[in-house]
Design a protein. Structure first.
Length: 303
């Protein structure tokens, strides 16, 4: 029996959060953390799904009827219903999906905690799209929405710029390997933000989108080619200031780390997940003392 296995990279958006939805050029990195999916044919007419966390512990389980994808049993009805939406959409895009065997055992394995916000959903969608032989961007947009930069990270093994032009993803791998990378850190804020809610809040704001896209795109280009740490820090702070005004929220440094010597920039949905900070070895101790134990040097996070 033919077993199939797929893997997708996690993601971090270094520039362009929110504005990427409206066509801004964004800088993103695939992470050294990701998620795998293994599909094994079984003789019963069921789709048995088991998800394991980074420690190898089961965190979700469900059984579906393979024909109509109705939920037969599950450990979490909300997650199971979301999974049904994805599976049905994949089957709609490719009617032959799930038809080549009686049933399947699907096992997914994360290499990062779900609370980190590195792409539990996007890595799943990309793996599912590979298995179903459908377009991952279309699967994302039809099921959830979003910009799609996380799908680009799932599929690429290098830093990249991402931009939506007339709704079409433009992905370009870039040489972003700054000599000052040892002065960059990623700090987890001990809480996860709901991307969908954050996007809705952004959409409800009134501002000049064209001007925002232009300014953020310019910052992204400058970040990719920043000649030194000082210039990169200026761009981090400029980006933070622009988004702070648009979102009506205080910059994260002002809110949580006002006495920190380096620059701090929000990543993704503001107020949760990871932030990027500039500093030195003492920075790790600073964030630990502040109650943020999950701190990664740039080189440990990037693929």
């Amino acid at each position: 029996m033919m077993q199939k296995e797929f893997y997708s990279n996690g993601k971090l958006l270094l520039s362009g959060e929110y504005a990427v939805l409206d066509g801004a050029l964004a800088l993103a990195i695939p992470t050294s953390y990701g998620q795998s999916l293994k599909a094994t044919p079984i003789s019963s007419t069921q789709l048995n799904w088991v998800s394991y966390d980074e420690a190898g512990h089961e965190w979700f389980r469900a059984e579906f009827d393979v024909e109509d994808l109705k939920i037969k049993s599950t450990s979490d009805p909300k997650i199971a219903e979301t999974l049904v939406v994805l599976l049905q959409q994949a089957k709609w895009d490719n009617p032959l999906f799930l038809s080549d065997h009686d049933g399947f055992l699907v096992e997914t394995h994360l290499s990062f905690p779900t609370s980190w916000g590195l792409g539990t959903s996007s890595t799943l969608i990309n793996n599912l799209a590979q298995w179903a032989r459908v377009d991952a961007y279309e699967l994302l947009w039809k099921a959830f929405g979003g910009s799609g930069y996380d799908i680009a990270c799932a599929q690429h093994n290098s830093p990249l710029t991402y931009q939506l032009k007339k709704g079409v993803p433009q992905v370009e791998e870039v040489q972003f390997d700054p000599y000052f990378k040892d002065s960059l850190f990623f700090v987890h804020l001990n809480q996860k933000q709901n991307s969908k809610d954050a996007i809705e809040a952004y959409r409800s704001r009134s501002f000049d989108k064209e001007a925002l896209v232009k300014r953020i795109s310019a910052i992204t280009l400058r970040m990719v080619s920043a000649p030194n740490l000082s210039e990169f820090e200026i761009l981090m702070e400029e980006h933070e200031s622009i988004l702070s005004e648009v979102l009506g929220l205080s910059p994260i440094k002002q809110k949580l780390f006002p006495d920190y010597a380096g620059a701090v920039k929000s990543l993704g949905a503001w107020g949760g997940d990871f932030v990027m900070a500039s500093g030195d070895e003492s920075s790790i101790a600073y964030f630990h003392d502040k109650g943020y134990p999950t701190v990664f040097p740039y080189s440990k996070m990037i693929l």
